[in-house]
Design a protein around this ligand. Sequence first.
Ligand SMILES: Cc1cc2nc3c(=O)[nH]c(=O)nc-3n(C[C@H](O)[C@H](O)[C@H](O)COP(=O)(O)O)c2cc1C
Length: 272
Amino acid sequence: MPSDHLFELIKKGRNFMKFVERDEMGDEDTDQNLKLTQPPLTKSAMTTNFIDLPNNFNQLPIENDFLKVINKRESHRVYSKMDMSLLELSYLLWTTQGVKSVRGNNYATLRTVPSGGARHGFETYLVVNNITSLKPGIYHYLPLSHQIEYLQENVTPEILTNALLGQSWGVHANVIFFWSIIPYRCEWRYSIYSHRIALVDIGYVSQNLYLASESIGLGTCAIGAYEQAICDNLFQLDGEDEFIILCSPVGTIKKEDKEKELAFYAFLKENE
Ligand SMILES: Cc1cc2nc3c(=O)[nH]c(=O)nc-3n(C[C@H](O)[C@H](O)[C@H](O)COP(=O)(O)O)c2cc1C
């Protein structure tokens, strides 16, 4: 039985998952209805270190049997440390956050993933370990131009392991995706209704990363258990107006590592 204190917190969490009553906002209106300026569709570049991403995806050996991709999808936590190409990275960025068009007069981006009200509150940051033709380091995706910008050199594996709450396997990936949210991009339109929807939105992004990785023979695993403050600091986010909400290492994989993958579930055997 949870204590009263814990039960209160559980109830708070459950209520957060519900669609709140319409009258909870009282007389208050959303910023959009108040005609306040809409926040930018994406975060501006922070540097001028731009790298154009290739989009000749037809050069990739993409598995096009959709059901096969769906059925094969699984979490991968063992990476074989082979090279991963810029085209593969570009494909993963496109399939998770690529902008297909802009709706209205800069009203919304339409992307390869859906988003409640097309708010698309996310930014993508990358910790690059091994992508051919990229120097290792921290990068930021610029979805409107399908470019990345180089932000700074890599942090140590120790810091990264701590950022992933001790899940050191993630550090061996070729690249780690970190998605942040800029909440006001969603709040401007949906106010207190936006947060729950944003969490649903990130699931689509993560699932596209799973499926896209699978379709080109790479492995990934969502990581929801991360150290908030360390991750926010990695990308110099203030933790209030922008903060990390999910991450996902992506790496090359090989069949022979199946046993090592299963070792992550050894605890199941102990309970048999
Ligand atoms: C939102 C989310 C967060 C997750 N966080 C972690 C995590 O922190 N560490 C981890 O090892 N796996 C994590 N996973 C992976 C799940 O453990 C995995 O999806 C589950 O065991 C089912 O296995 P499968 O993906 O191979 O089907 C996460 C998955 C999701 C969708």
